[in-house]
Ligand binder design. Structure first.
Ligand code: ADP
Ligand code: MG
Length: 242
């Protein structure tokens, strides 16, 4: 579903991604773990075309992510929902209108019967039926992230990109959000990419994981394999985490 071959990216002198090769399969929950500054967010932004990369190739569902093909890039972006650590909700809009927002952005009418049903269904799916017309300020952190998840799904994406989506939440709330991501992956068949510095996140939901350090993939595989026989770098990371 997502294929990276020899991807490199620098900001000036700083080489942030160094020859990244990754294959993320359709319908899998894939983790990218590493400490702050490892290049995780940059990697996600390159995948969804928010950031350009210097060399190598990224393809999503067979289509190259190419900064020069704006029309194609637009379609690719529509196929990828994204959620963030700080939720990025609009404070003056209620839950319903926050979820509806990407439809407007993509020049779709949110007021058709079909779209209204879809918005309500998504709000129900994330468990916020009774909060439909609350503003974000009246929601907890976990509830805000649920709104962001519903919003990320409103364009029927093939892929959901999660950038430290649970980093601002306490462990119990994190658990619930991760269970929701799992449910979305299973029920809607959406490929989920989870970027995190939290080992617990990887252990709870990821089928495979890449360990990123200073822009290099140091290890890759199933979490149980990676943690049973960790390389020195992974051991060090595990030590610093625990
Ligand atoms: P992570 O998400 O793993 O914490 P990032 O991808 O955000 O890492 O950042 C990797 C490195 O790239 C950091 O050293 C960061 O300061 C730098 N960086 C990220 N974005 C930019 C930018 N737009 N301009 C310059 N440097 C950046
Ligand atoms: Mg980051």
């Amino acid at each position: 579903m997502i294929n990276l071959v020899n991807v490199r990216k620098s900001f000036g002198e700083l080489e942030v991604l160094k020859d990244i090769n990754l294959q993320i399969h359709e319908k899998e929950i894939y983790g990218i773990i590493g400490q702050s500054g490892a290049g995780k967010s940059t990697l996600l932004r390159c995948i969804n075309g928010l950031e350009t990369y210097d060399s190598g190739t990224i393809t999503v569902d067979g289509t190259a992510v190419d900064e020069n093909d704006k029309k194609q890039l637009r379609q690719l972006r529509k196929d990828m929902g994204m959620i963030f650590q700080n939720f990025n909700l609009l404070s003056r809009l209620d839950v319903y209108d926050n979820v509806a927002l990407p439809l407007r952005f993509w020049n779709e009418n949110p007021n058709t019967e079909e779209n209204k049903k879809k918005i309500e269904h998504l709000i129900e799916l994330v468990g916020l039926k009774d909060k439909m017309h609350e503003r974000p300020e009246n929601l907890s952190g976990g509830q805000k992230q649920r709104v962001a998840i519903a919003r990320a799904l409103v364009n029927d994406p093939k892929i959901l990109l999660c950038d430290e989506a649970t980093s601002a939440l306490d462990p119990r709330i994190t658990h619930g959000i991760l269970e929701l991501l799992k449910q979305i992956n299973e029920e809607l068949g959406i490929t989920v990419v989870v970027v995190t510095h939290q080992m617990e996140v990887v252990k709870q939901i990821c089928q495979r994981v890449a360990f990123l350090k200073h822009g290099v993939v140091l290890a890759e595989g199933k979490p149980e394999e990676l943690f049973v026989k960790p390389t020195e770098d992974v051991k060090k990371f595990l030590g610093e985490e625990g």
